[in-house]
Design a protein around this ligand. Structure first.
Ligand code: MN
Ligand code: MN
Length: 286
C-alpha cells in the first residue's frame, strides 16, 4: 500500500478499482474550502460527486467505452488541516507529486479553485511546455482578494506569475477591468464561449502536455446551480460534455474539477454533471 493510499479515506467513484499500481488515472478528493468569497460548502464536493456517479452508466454513449474496462483508482479525500491554507496547498502539491512520480495522471475532485495552485506547483515541475486550459465563468486573475493573495478569485493570476504556464481561458463572463487587461497581456483569453474557440485553439494544444482546470460554474446556473458564485449567462450542460470529449483527445497530464458546492445543489444535478464529465475524462484517450 502506497503512502497516498494510507493517507486518504472516503468512498470511491463509480467502478473505481482497488489496484493503485495498475491504475493509469488516480482520482483524489481535495475538500479545500477556505477562501470561497460568497458561499461556502465546496468541502462537500468530492463526496457529492462520488455519490452522484452511481446514477451514471459505466458505459459512455459518447465514446463507446466502459469504465469497467479501465483500471483507475480513487484515493479518497486528502485530510486537509482546518484553516491551514498554505499547509493545504503544500499537501496538495505533495500528493500530486507522488501521483506523477508513479507515472499516473491525477484527477482532482474539488474543493475550491485555489487547489489548482497546489496541483500545478507539482505538475509544472514534471512537464515542459505545459498548457493550462481553464473553463470558468470567472477569470480568477485578481492579484489578491480583500488583502489575501491566495484565494479562489486570484488563483490564475498567481499560477501565471509563479509558474508561467501558457493559460487558455474559455467561457469567462465575469471579471474586473483590471483582470481583462491582465488577461489580454498574459493569457489566451476566449470570453463567453467555449466550444467554438476551443475548436479554434485545438491546433495550439495538440501535441503538448495539457492540464485541464474545470470550474463547474462555467455552466449556466440553470444547469449547475450548486456552486459558490453562480454567474448567469453560461454554457449548457451538453456543451460542457462536448467540450470534455474534445479535451479528452488532448494529452491531458492532470485535471481538476472544482467549485461544486452541494449545499446549493438540492436536486444534485451539479454533482451529477461533474460526475458525468469525469466519466468522459477517465475514458478519454484509451
Ligand atoms: Mn468560477
Ligand atoms: Mn474559478
Amino acid at each position: 500500500m502506497s503512502r497516498l493510499e494510507k493517507l486518504c479515506k472516503g468512498g470511491v467513484f463509480l467502478a473505481a478499482g482497488d489496484d493503485y499500481r495498475k491504475s493509469r488515472r488516480v482520482l483524489l478528493g481535495v475538500p479545500l474550502d477556505h477562501t470561497t468569497s460568497f458561499r461556502a460548502g465546496t468541502r462537500e464536493g468530492p463526496g457529492a460527486i462520488r455519490t452522484a456517479s452511481y446514477c451514471l452508466e459505466e458505459y459512455s454513449i459518447f465514446s463507446g467505452k466502459d469504465l469497467r474496462d479501465v483500471c483507475f483508482f480513487d484515493a479518497g479525500d486528502l485530510p486537509l488541516p482546518p484553516g491551514g491554507t498554505e499547509e493545504s496547498l503544500r499537501m496538495i502539491e505533495e500528493a500530486v507529486t507522488e501521483i506523477l512520480q508513479d507515472e499516473k495522471i491525477p484527477l482532482l475532485l474539488g474543493g475550491e479553485h485555489l487547489l489548482t495552485l497546489g496541483a500545478l506547483r507539482a505538475v509544472s515541475r514534471f512537464y515542459d511546455g505545459l498548457a493550462v486550459v481553464q473553463l470558468d465563468a470567472h477569470a480568477d486573475l485578481r492579484p489578491e482578494y480583500l488583502g489575501v493573495a491566495h484565494t479562489h478569485a486570484s488563483v490564475m493570476n498567481h499560477i501565471k506569475r509563479e509558474l508561467a504556464p501558457e493559460i487558455f481561458q474559455f467561457g469567462i463572463r465575469s471579471a474586473t477591468a483590471e483582470e481583462v487587461a491582465f488577461a489580454r497581456e498574459n493569457t489566451r483569453f476566449y470570453p463567453f464561449q467555449v466550444l467554438q474557440p476551443l475548436q479554434e485553439a485545438l491546433p495550439l494544444l495538440k501535441g503538448r502536455p495539457v492540464y485541464l482546470s474545470l470550474d463547474i460554474d462555467v455552466a449556466d446556473p440553470a444547469y449547475a446551480p450548486g456552486t459558490g458564485a453562480p454567474e448567469p449567462g453560461g454554457i449548457t450542460s451538453s456543451e460542457l460534455l462536448e467540450a470534455a470529449v474534445l479535451l479528452g483527445g488532448l494529452q491531458l497530464v492532470g485535471m481538476d474539477i472544482v467549485e461544486v458546492c452541494p449545499p446549493y445543489d438540492p436536486s444534485g444535478i451539479t454533482a451529477m454533471l461533474a460526475a458525468k464529465v469525469i466519466r468522459e475524462l477517465i475514458l478519454a484517450r484509451l
